[in-house]
Design a protein around this ligand. Structure first.
Ligand SMILES: Nc1ncnc2c1ncn2[C@@H]1O[C@H](COP(=O)(O)OP(=O)(O)OP(=O)(O)O)[C@@H](O)[C@H]1O
Length: 255
């Protein structure tokens, strides 16, 4: 059941995460609100990606990872479900570098729905068009859907990656530095897209780019050494942070 906009979508409590003996997250607690963009910022190695990957259990794929604490999505503990495929359908992901398959644009976007068993050409056509429109790339690719996706520019490829995520009909989309490999114009396009997407999705984005966090997000969490130091409305984090360490980071004194 979908919750009201602004309600808690993801509730994290007491999250500790270890890679072998090395602890990467310490008692992380966070409420992520539905249909908002939440940015995760902080210096390199502070645990942002680790935290992001915990939200759809991508860390399960890494040997020696131990996780304690609770992550509830729509009031269900995601570490208590056996259906990780369903979880990853609900919680999609877009990576730092576009990672399209060496196949056509159409086949890239139709890949997930086909894996889910959708065979009807009409239905697949609809999903592909809807997803590419949702990722603001339809007009640029509609006449070349059957050509290789790898022939697109990096910025176009990243929007096709977003379309591929949308095609799975997720409720939450995790983005790990989605524009770090893009030029400024493509970055702006992806940022506009993110701002538009939040009417339909709950978005969590890791970014090193402070202006980007300020431009696209509603809430911002500042991570340092595996802990959340401060979490608030993005405006407050950037204009009147409560913690000196947040202020030092957002004003560029370290990181
Ligand atoms: N697969 C792994 N195995 C062991 N240690 C890891 C692994 N992935 C991350 N770490 C360690 O966990 C800590 C947090 O890393 P993480 O990648 O989450 O930080 P980050 O804030 O996302 O950094 P960056 O901004 O550089 O991407 C770091 O000390 C890192 O070396």
């Amino acid at each position: 059941m979908k919750q009201q906009s602004g309600g808690t979508k993801i509730n994290v409590k007491d999250l500790d995460l270890f890679y072998g003996d090395k602890q990467a997250l310490y008692k992380v607690a966070l409420d992520i609100h539905e249909k908002e963009v939440t940015a995760l910022i902080g210096p390199s190695g502070c645990g942002k990606s680790t935290f992001l990957r915990s939200l759809n259990r991508m860390n399960d794929l890494i040997d020696g990872v131990k996780i304690t604490g609770d992550i509830m999505i729509d009031n269900e503990n995601i570490y208590e479900t056996n259906d990780v495929i369903k979880l990853r359908t609900k919680v999609g992901m877009v990576f730092q570098k576009p990672n399209l398959f060496p196949m056509s644009i159409y086949d890239n976007v139709a890949y997930g729905p086909r894996m889910q068993g959708i065979k009807s050409k009409k239905e697949l056509n609809e999903i592909v068009e809807e997803s590419l429109r949702g990722a603001a790339i339809w007009d640029e690719v509609k006449d070349r859907l059957k050509t290789s996706a790898l022939g697109l520019s990096g910025g176009q490829q990243q929007r096709v990656c977003i379309a591929r995520a949308i095609a799975m009909k997720p409720e939450i989309i995790l983005m790990d530095e989605p524009t770090s490999a893009l030029d400024p114009i493509s970055t702006l396009k992806v940022e506009e897209l993110i701002a538009n997407m939040k009417k339909d999705y709950t978005i969590v984005i890791v970014t090193h780019n402070m202006q980007q966090a300020a431009r696209v997000s509603d809430k911002t969490a500042f991570f340092l050494n595996g802990e959340i130091i401060e979490y608030d409305e993005t405006n407050n984090i950037f204009s009147m942070p409560k913690d000196q360490r947040t202020e030092d980071y957002v004003t560029g004194r370290f990181g």
